[in-house]
Every structure is written in C-alpha cells, then in structure tokens.
Design a protein around this ligand. Structure first.
Ligand SMILES: [Zn+2]
Length: 340
C-alpha cells in the first residue's frame, strides 16, 4: 500500500510502498478514506514525543471503512463506516471502568504513534476505539470529529461544566479545535468571545456567530473581557493556546471562574498566584481528549446538524509535506484533511 513514512525524526515524509498492516485478534483493518492533519503530527515527526520511535507512519484523526476484522471482533464488520478515538487504553483500570478512559492508569499509547497511522491507504485500529459514522457524515467530516470536536466537547461539558447564559472565552478560536469549541459553546447557550491572531482566523469565528472577537496581536484581552461582562469577568476560559495567553485568561476570570487547559503549544510554564486562586476560588482544570461514549454523542450531534465539522480543504496524501509547512507557520485555518 501507499504510505508516507518518517524514516528519522526531523526528516521528510517519504512516499513508500509498504505492506498492508495485519489486524490483531481485537483489531479492525481500516481502508483510510480521510485523515486530518494535526499540530500533534508535527510534534511527533520533530522527535519531540518521548515514546515515539522512527520509522513511523503518522496520522491519528481517521475516518474510513472496515475492510476486515480480527477473530475476537463482533462490534463492527466489513463495510462499516467508522471513526475512532485516539487513545489505546486498558479497559480494566478504575478510570476505564468509570467512563474516564482518557486518564487510563495503564495507558498504552496513541494511534499513529504506537500503531501504524493513517497517512496511508490502510491502518489497523482496536475495534473498541471505533464509532460508526452514519452516511450523512462525509469521511472528511468524520475524520475531524474525534479530536477537533470531541476534545472541546469533553472540555466544555465534563470539565468546565458550562451552563446556559455563562460567558466563555476561547483562546486560539480560529484553529482546528477552536472553531468547533465556539460552535459547541454557542450550542450550549453560552455567550462566546473568540481570541486569536489575524483577520483570516477571526473572520471564521465571526461567521460562526460569536459575540465578541479579539485580535490578540493588539494586546491583552482581559480589559475587553471586563467591559463585555460589566466588570465581572467570565465564568469559563477554554485555554487552547497556553503560556502566551494564560496570564490574560486568568485576569479575565470572574470570581469562582473555571479555566480549562486543553492545549499549550506556546510553552510549558504557567504562573498563577495562590492568593488570587484562594481569594477568587478559581478552578484550573486539565482536560484530555474525548471518551468513546462522548465521541458517539458528538457523532449524533453532527448527524443532527447541531455542530458543523469545519474542513477547510481536502488534499491527496502527496500534499502532506506542504500542509505541514503551513501548519508550522500557523497558516492553516480550521482543519485540513488528507484523502489517501
Ligand atoms: Zn485503563
């Protein structure tokens, strides 16, 4: 089969003919129809992910058709249209057993790192990770659901506990996760402020009907937040940027506010004053990906038209290298998808 292989970290994506991977007894072999391109792919190919080993085939945001299944699999069958959760989990620890498998205590790794990924014509995925896609959802749309919609869904519902009428700031609102986060927040009845850099990204947020737009290249958004909320601050910040916006995000929080950290591609340090945390009873929460149950809920919401997957372009596998270069320069708006 055709695949793009990273032979050595820091090196190029090399087109190669490689053997079709064989599914294990609990796996399905998937004919890849769409694979979204993610910032995480850059982290992996740059060699910045500790347990990744080269050579490697990237690609973990997947939609496709089940080609064949292992001997133990009866939850999907050949011909099923599917998407997948990203994490390889144990299924037995206290977290897996209580529907919190994204914090599995015996975490086995990720699709596209610890399994062969979907920058290829075929990939294998544990059947337990698969969620069926109805015909009404295209493969390109299906490929962005798990990460780009599932991640903010988990963050806003389970972690932030966002309520109707609350105010929420989404930092990085024009990125692949952000454009779906603002849709979800609006669907949940919240007032939404979108923060990002540059007109192209912000205009996408504007088209999605957010209440306030802030271009972070013009400075700190906390003053705008106070004006917007009559001095009170916001109940929730969804932090998709990290170190660069963290200070302004904290300054924007109302008393009792919750900040959920989903991404931090701009640094590894966060500073907060314990006194301010205590005085305001702020909650700073981490949020990790999406559970399988939640992914099924998101698929249903997308099928019902409540959330629109935003795919800003589909490309043949050969275009992956140039897409990665654009992603590195922050030139990708929304999510782009490869169709191997
Ligand atoms: Zn587990």
């Amino acid at each position: 089969m055709k695949a793009l292989v990273v032979k050595e970290f820091g090196g190029p994506l090399i087109a190669e003919d490689v053997p079709i991977p064989q599914p294990g007894p609990d796996d399905a072999l998937i004919r890849v129809k769409a694979c979204a391109v993610d910032q995480f792919d850059l982290t992996i190919r740059d060699g910045k992910f500790p347990t990744a080993k080269a050579p490697i085939i990237l690609g973990h945001e997947i939609a496709g058709v089940v080609e064949s299944v292992g001997a133990n699999v009866d939850t999907v069958q050949p011909g099923d249209r599917v998407t997948s959760t990203l994490y390889l989990t144990c299924g037995r620890c206290r977290y897996c057993l209580t529907g919190r498998e994204t914090i599995c205590a015996d975490f086995k790794g990720y699709l596209g790192i610890h399994t062969p990924g979907a920058y290829a014509e075929y990939t294998t995925i544990p059947a337990v990770n698969l969620v069926k896609l109805p015909e009404s959802i295209s493969f390109a749309e299906g490929s962005v659901i798990a990460n780009a919609i599932g991640t903010p869904y988990h963050a806003l519902t389970k972690r932030a506990r966002l309520q109707p009428g609350e105010h929420v700031i989404v930092t990085g609102a024009g990125g692949g996760v952000g454009v779906h986060a603002v849709q979800l927040a609006k669907m949940m009845g919240a007032f939404v402020m979108a923060v990002d850099i540059g007109e192209e990204k912000l205009s996408l947020a504007r088209d999605l009907g957010v209440d306030v737009i802030f271009d972070a290249s013009t400075g700190d958004f906390s003053e705008t937040t106070r004006t917007w909320t009559n001095g009170e601050g916001v109940e929730v910040v969804l932090e998709l940027v990290g170190t660069k916006t963290f200070e302004a995000s904290l300054k924007s929080l109302a008393r009792g506010g919750r900040m959920v950290i989903v991404g931090s591609h701009t640094g590894t340090e966060l500073k907060a004053s314990p006194q301010a945390m205590i005085a305001n009873e702020w909650e700073i929460l981490g949020s990790r990906n999406v559970t399988k149950r939640e992914l099924a809920e998101v698929v249903a919401l997308v099928a019902a038209g409540r959330v629109k997957p935003i795919v800003t372009g589909t490309y043949p596998l050969e275009e992956a290298e140039s897409l990665h270069q654009k992603l590195r320069k922050q030139e990708i708006v929304g999510r782009v998808v490869l169709e191997p």
